[in-house]
Design a protein. Structure first.
Length: 405
C-alpha cells in the first residue's frame, strides 16, 4: 500500500514520539536526518521567494490590485495577532499557570536568544531596504528579499513588452523551484523523524510536570484561536469549508510543528496553499512570505501566557494599562520578528521590558521553549495560509483543486 505524503508525515510524527519516549537521549543518532532536511528546506527558501514573488507581482499587472492585496494582508495579520494575544491572556488567567510554582522546581538559566537587544520599529523599517540585494539573498533575509522582488516585479510591469524576457526567466525559474520543492518534500517524513524524536527524547517528565499548565495554556489557546478565528475567516471571506482548509494545510502544519520555523516551513506552506487550497501563485507568493515574517499569532498567544505566568510566579498584579500595553507591543513587535526557532524569547524580552516586569522571568520557561515554539509556529503558518485563502476569496481569485490520492 502506498501512503500519500500527509499519511507518511503523520506516521513519522507518531513514530518519532514513540521512539523518543522509549530511547530518550540515545535517539540523537537520528538528528543528522533532521539536520539534512532543514538544510534542504533552507536551501530553497531564498530563490523560491524571489522567483515566485517576482512572477506574482509582475503577473498581477495591476498596481491597484497589488496595493489592495497588500492592505488586506497586513490588516488581516495585525487583527488576528491582536485577537491571538487576547485569547492567550484569557486562557492564562483561567488556568493560572504561575500559581504554585517555585524556583526549586525549575532550573534557571537565561538563554542566549533572550539577551539580544530587540530592534526599534524605525530600525526594523529601515533594514527592510537592502543595501545589497545579493547579500540579502545570501543571508536569507526574508523581508529584504521581499522588498527586492516587489521592486523587480513592479518594474517589469511598468517597463512592459521589453521586460518580458526577464519575466519569462523568473517564470521558468519559479517552475524549477516548485519542482525542487516537490523533490525535497519526498524526504520530509525522514526529516520529521530526525527532528522530532531527539526533542521528545531530550525533555523528560522532570522538566515538563512543573510547567504542564504553561504548556496546556499555550496549546489550548492555540487550538481555540485556529478553531474559532481561522475557521470563521476562511468560511466567511475565503468561502471555503474549514475542514477542507485544515486538511489541505496539514502537511505544512506537521512540518512547522517539527521544525519550529515559519521561514523553514515556507516552501511547504506555498506548495500546500497552491495545490490543496486552490490559491493562485500571484497571491500565495505575496501573502505567505510576508506572513512568515510579520504574522506571529502563535507567538502572540505565547506572549500572553508567558506574561501572566511570570506575573503570577512573582506575585505581581497586572493592571489594565499593562495588559493593554502587552497587546499593543506584541502586535507591533510581531512585525520584523524573525520566523526562526527562539525568536519568541526576543519578543518576550521586549514585552516584559515594556510593562516593567523582571527579565529573569524568561529563564522560568526557557527549558520548555522548544515545546512551546513547536505549537506557536504551527499556528503561525496556519494563519499565513488562512490569510492567503481570505485574500483569494475576497479577490474572487481561486483555482479549482483536483483531489490527489
Amino acid at each position: 500500500m502506498k501512503f500519500n505524503l500527509i499519511t507518511q508525515i503523520f506516521i513519522a510524527f507518531v513514530l518519532a514520539i514513540i521512539l523518543g519516549s522509549i530511547f530518550g537521549s540515545s535517539i540523537d543518532f537520528l538528528k543528522p536526518f533532521g539536520d539534512l532536511f532543514l538544510r534542504l528546506i533552507k536551501f530553497i527558501i531564498a530563490p523560491l521567494i524571489l522567483s515566485t514573488l517576482v512572477v506574482g507581482v509582475a503577473g498581477t499587472s495591476d498596481p491597484k490590485q497589488l496595493g489592495r492585496m497588500g492592505i488586506k494582508t497586513i490588516v488581516y495579520y495585525l487583527v488576528t495577532t491582536a485577537i491571538a494575544i487576547i485569547i492567550g491572556l484569557a486562557v492564562a488567567f483561567i488556568l493560572s499557570p504561575g500559581k504554585g510554582i517555585t524556583i526549586s522546581k525549575i532550573g534557571l538559566s537565561v538563554p542566549e536568544a533572550a539577551t539580544q537587544e530587540p530592534q526599534s520599529a524605525i530600525t526594523t523599517i529601515l533594514t527592510i531596504i537592502p543595501e545589497n540585494p545579493f547579500m540579502a539573498l545570501a543571508a536569507g533575509n526574508i523581508l529584504q528579499i521581499i522588498f527586492f522582488a516587489l521592486f523587480i516585479g513592479l518594474a517589469i510591469t511598468f517597463v512592459g513588452a521589453k521586460a518580458q524576457p526577464v519575466y519569462r526567466f523568473f517564470e521558468g525559474f519559479a517552475e524549477v523551484m516548485y519542482k525542487i520543492t516537490n523533490i525535497v518534500m519526498k524526504v520530509a517524513p525522514i526529516g520529521i523523524l530526525g527532528l522530532l524524536a531527539p526533542v521528545v527524547g531530550q525533555y523528560g517528565l522532570s522538566v515538563l510536570l512543573p510547567l504542564v499548565k504553561v504548556i496546556a495554556a499555550v496549546y489550548i489557546a492555540c487550538i481555540l484561536h485556529a478553531a474559532i478565528v481561522y475557521s470563521s475567516a476562511v468560511k466567511i471571506w475565503g468561502r471555503m469549508s474549514p475542514i477542507t482548509f485544515f486538511k489541505g494545510i496539514s502537511p505544512a502544519a506537521l512540518v512547522a510543528f517539527s521544525t519550529a520555523s515559519s521561514a523553514g516551513t515556507l516552501p511547504v506552506t506555498i506548495k500546500n496553499t497552491n495545490e490543496n487550497l486552490g490559491v493562485p501563485n500571484k497571491i500565495s507568493s505575496f501573502v505567505l512570505p510576508l506572513g512568515a515574517t510579520i504574522n506571529m499569532d502563535g507567538t502572540a498567544i505565547y506572549q500572553g501566557v508567558a506574561v501572566v505566568f511570570i506575573a503570577q510566579f512573582y506575585n505581581l498584579n497586572l493592571s489594565f494599562t499593562q495588559l493593554l500595553t502587552v497587546v499593543l507591543i506584541t502586535v507591533l513587535a510581531s512585525i520584523g520578528t524573525a520566523g526562526v526557532p527562539g525568536a519568541g524569547l526576543i519578543m518576550l524580552a521586549m514585552v516584559l521590558t515594556s510593562v516593567n516586569m523582571p527579565l529573569e522571568g524568561i529563564a522560568l520557561i526557557a527549558g520548555i521553549d522548544r515545546i512551546l515554539d513547536m505549537m506557536r509556529t504551527t499556528v503561525n503558518i496556519v494563519g499565513d495560509a488562512s490569510a492567503a485563502v481570505v485574500v483569494a476569496g475576497t479577490e474572487k481569485d481561486r483555482i479549482e483543486v483536483i483531489p490527489t490520492e
